[in-house]
Design a protein around this ligand. Structure first.
Ligand code: EPU
Length: 422
């Protein structure tokens, strides 16, 4: 079993370089197969979700080559076939094959996607979108197999019940190859959606309005190979900035777009954290007398749910009572048990509301990552705790943070992966 061992208390100084955005890459990698031929993707993060997607597209007879963060995907010999249950369940983003294969072949067979256990994670909004375009969805209750079929796809006006990131992207995929115009209303506005629409437009799609709540897609007959660079990961950047606010001595988080993390920067300012914003980086240091604040997670451009858990660790070090509310996922407080075990004072009102009283000294402990961002929160806690912290279930963390051990080591953290008997 692999675990992360951290001896807390070290100051973080130097530069941390941010990789490509996980939630953009996990849509852009499969999107490359919408075209037939060779597409090139730059700044692809080295995370296990990437490898899971490679395994799926290789299974569809697509060729994948990798040189550092540059990925070449050649779909010249692609075959549309069932994506097995094991492959479908490897990650949440396998759901993108629904929109992609439906657009390209008008037929998809796959299983319910996997991913972190942060709530029930239904895909009804995706499926309603496909049905509005003319697809028939068959769901085999027992096996959780989904079969999507369409004689043809026809553009439609689709109002999403919730501004779902995945459903917005999935409908863009299918609608790009539909006949006629699709309008997505109440579309998600996350920055990743703009990156994906840019890629599709480079492939010949006609998408307007990505990044706003109304996206218009004029369907085209086919898409051609293209090149795209994945935008910087705003959540990875935010996680290291939170660590810098706790332990930094001019820690520079580099290769980012500061405009994508305005909500976080506003909250850090409210707490009294000092930082300097440059064009593509932010320099941050530990600040004394952090103020307690209230945080509610929201869709973009609100405070991102994916930074809620790391942020809860910073709130344990603020003076006074902070109220924290999670509004996107039903089950994103599982890390709290472990923070309290380390000495935090967090009272869970229910699965969505936490009252965090600080400051509290944290002590190293043996703890378990329960999901990706909760795992990142535990790493953050381990870095500030007195003594040694050992984190299990680290595969959750490696799913979305590239090279986290070496990145933190290089700025002074005492952190390593250890192998122990099961
Ligand atoms: N929802 C439905 N039905 C649907 C789709 C979503 O009820 O058909 C609900 C969800 O259950 C949830 C809310 O709508 O309560 C938001 O879901 P959304 O579809 O926006 O999330 P997602 O696309 O599945 C992506 C990221 C998440 C991130 C959210 C919100 C990927 C692969 N995942 O998920 O990332 O939290 O958007 O920004 O892009 C993470 O990186 O740790 C992570 C969980």
């Amino acid at each position: 079993m692999k675990q992360i061992k951290i001896v807390g208390g070290n100051t973080l100084r130097g530069q941390i370089h941010i990789g490509g955005a996980k939630n953009s890459a996990v849509a852009i990698i499969p999107a490359a197969i919408l075209a037939t031929g060779e597409s090139k993707l730059y700044n692809v993060p080295n995370i296990s979700d990437r490898d899971a997607l490679f395994d799926i597209i290789k299974d569809l007879n697509v060729d994948v080559k990798m040189e550092g963060s540059v990925v070449t995907i050649d779909s010249s010999n692609i075959q549309n076939k069932t994506i097995s249950e094991i492959l479908s369940k490897r990650l949440r983003a396998s759901y993108y094959f629904m929109g992609i294969l439906l657009g390209k072949y008008k037929h998809v067979e796959m299983y319910f996607p996997g991913g972190c256990n942060i709530g029930s994670r239904p895909i009804d909004i995706h499926l309603k979108g496909f049905e509005a375009l003319g697809a028939t969805v068959t769901h085999e209750e027992e096996s959780h197999k989904y079969i999507l079929d369409a004689e043809k796809l026809t553009g439609a006006r689709i109002k999403l019940d919730f501004a779902s990131v995945g459903a917005t992207i999935n409908i863009m995929f299918a609608a790009s190859l539909a006949e006629g115009t699709t309008i997505i209303e109440n579309a998600a506005k996350e920055t990743e959606i703009i990156n994906i629409a840019d890629f599709l437009n480079k492939m010949g799609a006609k998408i307007k309005g990505a990044g706003t709540s109304k996206i218009t897609i004029e369907g085209v007959k086919e898409l051609h190979p293209a090149e795209i660079s994945v935008i910087p990961d705003r959540i990875e950047a935010g996680t290291y900035l939170i660590m810098g606010a706790l332990l930094g001595d001019n820690l520079e988080v580099c290769g980012i777009n500061p405009n994508h993390i305005t909500a976080l920067l506003n909250k850090l300012s409210d707490m009294g954290v000092t930082f300097e914003v440059k064009e593509n980086s932010i320099i941050i240091s530990k600040s004394p007398n952090l103020k307690a604040i209230n945080i509610t997670t929201l869709v973009y451009p609100g405070f991102p749910t994916d930074l809620g858990q790391p942020m809860s660790v910073l709130l344990t070090q603020a003076n006074g009572v902070s109220l924290f509310e999670e509004t996107i996922w039903e089950n994103r407080m599982q890390h709290v048990e472990y923070l309290n075990k380390m000495g935090a004072n967090i009272e869970l009102k229910d699965n969505a509301h936490a009252v965090i009283t600080g400051p509290t000294k944290l002590k190293g402990a043996a703890i378990n990552a329960t999901d990706l961002r909760g795992g990142a929160a535990l790493v953050t806690a381990g870095l500030i705790a007195e003594g040694c912290t050992v984190i299990s279930n680290i595969e959750y963390i490696l799913r979305g943070y590239e090279n986290i051990i070496n990145k933190l080591k290089s700025v002074g953290a005492d952190i390593e992966i250890i192998e122990t008997e099961e």
